[in-house]
Design a protein around this ligand. Structure first.
Ligand code: FPP
Length: 252
């Protein structure tokens, strides 16, 4: 888990205009406000999601330029299935649209695509597009672009407990060895450091079941800006704010 890692100062990359020392290694974003963005313009909600796709790529560019290691984006929650069917269907098409447009640029920028969440129950076209991108980008060692899709924090913890319990029953795991590090190996994020910075757009100040375990010591940054308006300047405001945070992890 990240709070056990040494404190690392990332270097400013020449591509990033603003000097930022102490760049967060892992940034997680709750991309919220697409529906309100569309409503303000008298457009259907899906127009906000469509606009949000290009903002994802702009955000990837900034993250990559500033040498951020991991960008985890909350694209679809286990609760989002409750939305009207046409909206869910539209949201499920977005990964493919995004990858059709931007996969060449992701390759050029050495970005690796991964996901966390219940992958198996996604529609087959969504799965195939993402699987193809995972495969094509698997040897890239630049930014890790990690989509949380069909993801729920509680669901993740329950799945982990079930898997762990089976291993205990089968004597593959000794319960005495169970500690926080061991438990985190059963989560979708098993190979990832915890986020350093969580950003939520649109003025809402809640977690909405995102990364409940992993955000224990994460710094939070909220903005009223709606996701389709999230430009590089806003991202940089968050990074500049993070620069001055004093992280104590419960110590002094
Ligand atoms: C929340 O806004 C947003 C979502 C549930 C979907 C987020 C998806 C994107 C930003 C595009 C994803 C792109 C890729 C590449 C997968 P909301 O609809 O809840 O907005 P509201 O709170 O204003 O109604």
């Amino acid at each position: 888990m990240s709070f056990k890692l040494p404190f690392i100062k990332s270097k400013k990359k020449p591509e990033g205009d603003t000097e930022i020392i102490n760049v967060p290694r892992h940034v997680a974003i709750i991309m919220d406000g697409n529906g309100r963005w569309a409503k303000k313009r008298g457009l259907p909600r899906i127009a906000g999601h469509k606009e949000g796709v290009d903002v994802v790529q702009q955000t990837v560019r900034t993250a990559s330029n500033y040498n951020i290691k991991i960008l985890t984006l909350f694209a679809f929650s286990t609760e989002n299935w409750k939305r009207p069917k046409p909206e869910v269907q539209f949201l499920m098409k977005l990964p493919k649209q995004f990858l059709n447009t931007y996969l060449p640029e992701l390759m050029e920028k050495n970005v690796r695509v991964e996901t966390i969440g219940r992958f198996d129950t996604l529609p087959s076209q969504t799965k195939e597009a993402i699987q193809d991108a995972k495969e094509k980008t698997k040897n890239n060692d630049g930014l890790l672009l990690n989509f949380a899709i069909n993801y729920g924090g509680r669901d993740e913890i329950i799945q982990a407990v079930k898997k762990m319990t089976k291993e205990i029953e089968n004597n593959q795991l000794n319960i005495e060895e169970l500690d926080e590090n061991e438990f985190s190996n059963y989560l979708y994020t098993k190979n990832l450091e915890d986020p350093d910075l969580l950003i939520r757009t649109s003025g809402e100040r809640r977690l909405s079941n995102f990364l409940l375990w992993q955000l224990a010591y994460t710094e939070f940054w909220f903005t009223d800006v709606l996701w389709p308006d999230f430009r590089e300047e806003v991202f940089i405001q968050a990074l500049k704010d993070y620069e001055n945070r004093k992280r104590r992890y419960g110590g002094i």
